[in-house]
Each structure stands twice: as C-alpha cells, then as structure tokens.
Ligand binder design. Structure first.
Ligand SMILES: Nc1ncnc2c1ncn2[C@@H]1O[C@H](COP(=O)(O)OP(=O)(O)O)[C@@H](O)[C@H]1O
Ligand SMILES: [Mg+2]
Length: 364
C-alpha cells in the first residue's frame, strides 16, 4: 500500500498542501522548524487517528484557523479516499465518501510505523508507553482488538468512578467487574500470544542494528498470576484504600532484558536507542508478515543520532521495504541525510509549510 495523494488545509504550519507521492523512498529535507515532522504527523494521523507527538486536535489546527482538514488517497488492494476534519465544534472522518461509524472498520486503510527520537521512552519511560506499543500492534493486526480495548476502557472508567463514590453500590460494581474480567482476559490472551511472535523479530533486529551478539528477550509482565476474577476479588481491600482498579491489563508491562539484565538500568544510552529502533523494526516486519505488504515507514530525525555501524544495520530495513513495493518517508536536515542510501530517492524540500520536489540532478 502507499499514500498516493495528501491534502492538508490549516494543519499545523501548512495552510494548504496538495502533494502526490509515488511508492518508494521519499526524503524530506529542510532546516529546523519548517514542517518536516508536521508532515509525518499528518500521515500518521491518517493511519492511526492519533498524533505520534501526543498532540490533541486543537494543537494540530493552524494558528488563527478554525479547524484542520487532512485528506488522502491510498492505493493498496484498491483505492481509498480518506477525509478527516477536526474543529472544536465538529469532527468527521469519512472513507470513500461515507462517514465512518466504527473505528475498527477504518483502521487498516493505511498502516504506518513511526520511528522517532521519542521511541527511546519505550525503554526508559513508564509502562504506559509499552502497553501502547502492544495495543497499537494488536490493533493493526487483529480485527477485533480495538473493540475489546474500548470495551475494557469503558468498563474500567465506570468501575473506577464507582470506587470513588462515598457509598459503594456493590451490585453495580459486580456488573462492571464481570465485564472487566471477561474482556480483560481476552486482552491478556492476545498480548501473550503476540509476545513469542514479536520477540524473535526484535531480537534479530537488535542484533542487526547493534552489529553485536547481545541477547535480547521480551517478557510480558502481568499484574495477575492466574485467574483475573480471583485476583480482582483479592484486591478489594486495597481497592477500598486506593479507590481505583489496581490489577488488570491496564497495569501490565513488558520487560526487556539485554544479556540477562534489565535493559532500563543496565544499558548505555546507545543500546537503549538501538533497542527502541529494534522494537519498531519488529513492528514493521510483523505487520508485513501479517498483511503481506509492508506498512509505511515514517522516520523522523532518527538517522542523525545513529553512528555509521548502526545506520548500516538500519538501512537494509528501508531497502527491503522499498523493494517490497512499500513507501518510506524520512526527514533529515541537509547536513545529516545519509548519502549512503542509494539512488532511487525522491527528494523534497520543506520550507515554512511548503513542499517542493527537488529535481534529480543527473551527472554529465
Ligand atoms: N498549530 C500550529 N499552527 C501554526 N504553526 C505551527 C503549529 N504547530 C506547529 N507549528 C509550527 O511548525 C513548525 C515546526 O514544525 P516541525 O514539523 O516540527 O519542524 P521540523 O521541520 O523541524 O520537523 C514551527 O515553526 C511551529 O511554530
Ligand atoms: Mg522535526
């Protein structure tokens, strides 16, 4: 699949953009604060309906404007047209001219994996980022996962609201607990099933990028041993104190172990970055395997922070994606773009919210 057309109106610093993209490798060049990351953010929004920078709708609207529009044509099995509009008063999402009623019907129209400097938080940050990583991967690969996740989140919110009330309604609580347990068990099962499929891909990628023999292992860390219902019942006394749901997949985590030691405290900054890239490479390869075609790769400023041997491990992924008919968008400043990328590049200059293609200068 590839993004064939992108239209932006009042999105970040883009007043108006109409661009056409071929499959293959696109390099977005430009000085700082010109709109390179904003462009990747728009593409990621089409894929996931979220900003990878964690921005809410209002931040994405161009200053002084009322709302943003992001539109696209995606070529995959067929041709899809996507329209997203957001303002404080109105939001809409349509696919091929029809409003989207269920998100699960929409997600999958465009698949993307983003690589950015913030990815290192997967290793250094809190468990929330790691759960998100798993949840996104499962949303991108299992048709019903998002529906389950939304049901779980609803039940959890309702249950936590009840626990905060001065008078506890035991009957209502039991109702939400039943839903939480039923759906939560399915979430945990899906995550557990994913781990052994993603772990070898991450391990392989880690070795390629680190050009080393470091051993990486990934483990799911549940807050529950055994039955969710039993564990939830056992936590009731503590719940009364903390007034919130203390066990379940919303509190679970993933641990990374490098050479037998926890990656967080025992690895160098460079190894942490390598590990983060490896996780994203694993995500991309996993999705390629599940869907039979590579996702879009959105690579933001990552090259600049890699030394040459790590670059050499990372570049083959890009070439493979390219060769499999995929599409890659990579941002760089003029100084640090990897000259070792090869010839078949489409280069773009990004300047103050405008995109211009740079003609290929042929020697002679
Ligand atoms: N909502 C917005 N409205 C107008 N300009 C914005 C908005 N959000 C960000 N910008 C501008 O976008 C620019 C940063 O764009 P970005 O894509 O992050 O830059 P870079 O090219 O360095 O990746 C800054 O000049 C910033 O002021
Ligand atoms: Mg940027």
């Amino acid at each position: 699949m590839h993004l064939a057309q992108l239209r932006l109106r009042d999105f970040r610093n883009y007043a108006r953009l109409d661009a056409t993209f071929s499959p293959g490798f696109h390099l977005l060049l430009g000085a700082n604060a010109q709109g390179k990351t904003n462009l990747l953010e728009a593409i990621y929004l089409l894929a996931t309906l979220r900003s990878f920078r964690g921005a809410g709708g209002a931040q994405l609207v161009r200053e002084q404007a009322k709302g943003y529009f992001v539109g696209a044509t995606v070529e995959g099995q067929g041709r899809s047209s996507i329209k997203i509009y957001w303002s404080a008063r109105e939001r809409s999402l349509s696919l091929n001219g029809t409003p989207v009623k269920r998100l699960s019907d929409y997600l999958g129209t465009l698949r993307a994996v983003v690589f950015c400097t913030d990815d290192v938080q997967l290793v250094k940050g809190t468990s929330r980022g790691r759960r998100r990583f798993l949840d996104l991967l499962l949303t991108q690969s299992r048709p019903n996962y998002l529906t389950l996740l939304l049901r779980y989140t609803r039940a959890l919110k309702a249950r936590n609201a009840l626990l905060k009330r001065p008078q506890l309604d035991e009957e209502q609580l039991a109702g939400f607990s039943t839903e939480l347990i039923r759906v939560g068990q399915e979430l945990i099962a899906a995550r557990l099933e994913l781990m052994p499929r993603i772990a070898p891909l991450a391990q392989q990628a880690f070795q390629r990028v680190s050009a080393g023999v470091d051993e990486l292992s990934l483990d799911y860390l549940p807050t529950i041993r055994g039955d969710f219902g039993v564990a939830l019942a056992a936590s009731r006394t503590r719940e009364r104190t903390y007034r919130t749901t203390l066990v379940g997949p919303h509190r679970d985590d993933v641990s990374f172990t490098v050479n037998g030691r926890p990656a967080g405290p025992f690895t160098s900054e460079g190894q942490k970055r390598t590990l983060a890239i490896a996780l994203k490479m694993a995500q991309a390869e996993f999705l390629s395997g599940v869907h039979g075609s590579p996702p879009l790769l959105l690579i933001d400023d990552v090259m600049g922070e890699l030394d040459s041997s790590r670059r050499a491990g990372f570049l083959p992924l890009l070439n493979e994606a390219h060769q499999a008919g995929g599409q890659v968008f990579m941002t760089c400043t003029a100084e640090n773009w990897p000259k070792d990328l090869g010839r078949e590049l489409v280069r773009w200059e990004v300047t103050k919210g405008d995109l211009q293609s740079i003609p290929n200068t042929l020697p002679g």
